[in-house]
Design a binder for this molecule. Structure first.
Ligand SMILES: C[S@@+](CC[C@H](N)C(=O)[O-])C[C@H]1O[C@@H](n2cnc3c(N)ncnc32)[C@H](O)[C@@H]1O
Length: 296
């Protein structure tokens, strides 16, 4: 790896130990330099980083694990209607395949023009889109810290930059890969809340921090109160830990591919799905995410 990637470290604390520093600094600050970004040069650096990662053994392992995860996430074929009009069946099949075409949402990448970890994560995102045959424009990217130059770079790469802070509350209306590297727990919790149904959860594949690790590091009572959706999801999701070579620790540490097999999701009591309350985080003094500006 050509740069040192020491801007941000995963906070590894004793269970419930006091927080010494915010975990979301480092890559999250906007680019330190006020000079305009050289868009072409930055695009080239990202593509070079992707080319570098593509040759790494661990990337081949990631691909295998992702394919395995993809085969367990929801893909319901159209019903067999033998006696119907074949043209109609073909049309339905085409629609079904379009529906099954994965899309991608990436939150919390950080300032990739100034932070090597974020740049390598963006390079990985490009490799993932390529491996999953997801059209670049079907990848929606958002981080409130992106500078104008960074948004231009993302646009130049062909990705779709979101303009609204959704606080992670995006509904998966079709199979969706969510890429949330080292993000605040509230972002995952909001995402789960928005998709808290037996239809939407199985449509999601998340590449991000392990829910089980989050639970293990937290105080049970507080975790269940503040991050109830992660807490419940941890019991029914499937997590496959993604390998991380030591020199990429700051880029990929504690990363898993997380899926929600329909058979496990259906094990949760029926009462859990009825009007799930929107998270409020009244007890969280350090939320680790940037919230939408409220209009007064
Ligand atoms: C700890 S940093 C991780 C940065 C980078 N992915 C890394 O691993 O170094 C968390 C990131 O989440 C972003 N973030 C905070 N609130 C967000 C929101 N509402 N939507 C999307 N991203 C958000 C922060 O700006 C920050 O870049």
């Amino acid at each position: 790896m050509s740069d040192t990637v020491d801007e941000w470290q995963v906070a590894r604390r004793r269970k419930g130990a006091a927080r010494k520093s915010k975990t979301h600094q480092g890559c999250s600050g906007s680019a330190c330099s006020q000079e305009p970004l050289d868009v072409e040069k930055t695009v080239k650096r990202i593509r070079d980083s992707a080319a570098e990662l593509r040759c790494e053994d661990f990337w081949q392992e990631w691909k295998g694990l992702l394919l395995a995860a993809g085969s367990t996430s929801s893909s319901k074929p159209p019903e067999n209607k033998d006696c119907e009009d074949p043209t109609k069946l073909l049309e339905e099949d085409r629609e079904h395949r379009q529906c099954q075409q994965l899309q991608c949402v990436c939150y919390g990448l950080g300032s990739f023009s100034s932070c090597a970890a974020a740049r390598y994560q963006l390079a990985t995102l490009l490799l993932l889109l390529d491996a999953g045959q997801i059209p670049l424009e079907d990848c929606y990217v958002y981080d409130p810290v992106f500078s104008t130059g960074e948004r231009d770079v993302l646009g130049k790469l062909g990705l779709t930059v979101l303009t609204e802070n959704e606080e992670g509350k995006r509904l998966a209306t079709k199979p969706t890969l969510f890429f949330l590297m080292h993000c605040g727990k509230a972002l995952y919790n909001n995402l789960l809340w928005r998709n808290w149904s037996t239809q939407s959860l199985p449509a999601m594949t998340i590449i991000g921090n392990s829910f089980n690790s989050m639970r293990d590091r937290a105080i049970d009572r507080e975790f269940e109160r503040d991050y109830s959706y992660i807490s419940q999801a941890a019991g029914v999701c499937e997590e496959r830990q993604l390998p991380c070579p030591p020199r990429f620790t700051d880029v990929f540490s504690d990363t898993a591919v997380i899926t929600f097999p329909a058979s496990s999701v259906n094990r949760l009591p029926q009462s859990t799905w009825a009007e799930p309350p929107e998270p409020k985080y009244q007890h969280c003094s350090d939320l680790e995410i940037i919230r939408r500006q409220t209009q007064s």
